[in-house]
Design a protein around this ligand. Structure first.
Ligand SMILES: NC(=O)c1ccc[n+]([C@@H]2O[C@H](COP(=O)([O-])OP(=O)(O)OC[C@H]3O[C@@H](n4cnc5c(N)ncnc54)[C@H](OP(=O)(O)O)[C@@H]3O)[C@@H](O)[C@H]2O)c1
Length: 277
């Protein structure tokens, strides 16, 4: 699929899977906006993406996904400059092993991995509809299978488990995808999500070294890890396909918890209360 004249936003493109996806997508000639929390790092990566893709149309805007104020300010700046979004890739993510909090005092995995893309996407909905046919892609994980949404304590305030916390945030990505796909089905906007594989990126930087050495045995390159994202972003065969969870470019059934429509509705309402949407 050609992307000439299209506006693309990719979060988390300063490293790992997001950077490789940005390079491949940039080769198709769209205009790309990168929300980055560190502008100095962003400038270096922008140059690298432009050189490797041959596409200089890359624009940086500051956005710290651990701050609702920063996300709102990014959306405001974007709307001032541009009137549509054709492709939004919510790729940025973290895996905090210890309980930390965002600038808004929300547990970090829940805040950055779920509430941030929830808020960003909702703030840009008019522009996404204006970009129809448009696509939204959320980068989830197979880690969603090891978790449930703990509606009594979504931030792990009483008992924090890194695996439950990260897995819950990735489960939330799928529930959000399915709910949003239904909301936008008549607007020419598709919403899909994916597991990129087990990929050698900075995501595992703080991992227990023993566990990391086991994981390393199964890891693929960031380039390979970006393939399903690029496929969902660009394949013409996916026109009209929405609400799906993909692994290795194939649709897969996620966990039972990810198919729970009542949980998706409850999570949507909870996320609205958190973000003030
Ligand atoms: N790697 C895997 O095996 C794997 C498996 C399943 C799912 N995933 C998912 O894949 C996605 C990409 O992760 P990755 O593996 O490529 O990890 P990564 O190399 O650590 O990249 C994470 C990206 O997110 C950005 N980011 C983190 N916190 C941010 C914040 N507060 N504000 C703005 N940007 C922020 C990082 O920016 P900085 O450069 O500034 O740090 C970086 O660009 C994540 O959603 C992750 O959950 C990865």
């Amino acid at each position: 699929m050609k992307l000439d004249g299209k506006n693309v936003i990719i979060t988390g493109a300063t490293s790992g899977i997001g950077k490789e996806a940005a390079i491949e997508i940039a080769k198709l000639n769209p205009f790309i906006v990168l929300p980055v929390r560190n502008l100095e790092k962003g400038k270096k990566v922008k140059k690298e993406i432009a050189i490797k893709s041959g596409n200089p149309s890359i624009y940086l805007l500051e956005c710290d996904l651990s701050s609702f104020e920063s996300i709102r300010s990014f959306a405001k700046e974007y709307k001032k400059r541009f009137c549509k979004v054709n492709l939004l890739i919510n790729n940025a993510g973290i895996w905090e092993r210890e309980r930390k909090e965002t600038k808004d005092g929300i547990e970090m995995n829940f805040g950055v991995n779920h509430l941030a893309p929830f808020l960003l996407t909702n703030l840009l909905l008019d522009e996404i509809r204006a970009g129809s046919p448009a696509r939204i892609i959320n980068v989830s994980s197979e880690a969603h299978r090891y978790a449930k949404i703990n509606f009594d304590d979504p931030e792990g305030s009483n008992r924090f488990s890194s695996m439950q916390s990260y897995g819950q945030s990735k489960l939330a990505n799928i529930l959000f995808t399915r709910y949003m796909a239904d909301e936008l089905k008549d607007d020419g906007v598709s919403v899909n999500c994916l597991h990129p594989g087990v990929v050698a990126t900075n995501l595992f930087d703080n991992m227990n070294p023993v566990l990391k050495s086991v994981f390393t045995l199964f890891m693929t390159s960031p380039r390979k890890g970006a393939e399903t994202t690029v496929f969902l972003a660009t394949s013409i065969h996916l026109n009209g396909e929405t609400g799906g969870y993909y692994i290795r470019k194939k649709i897969k059934k996620p966990s039972g918890a990810a198919l729970d429509d009542e949980a998706a509705r409850k999570l949507w309402e909870l996320s609205c209360r958190y973000t003030g949407i």
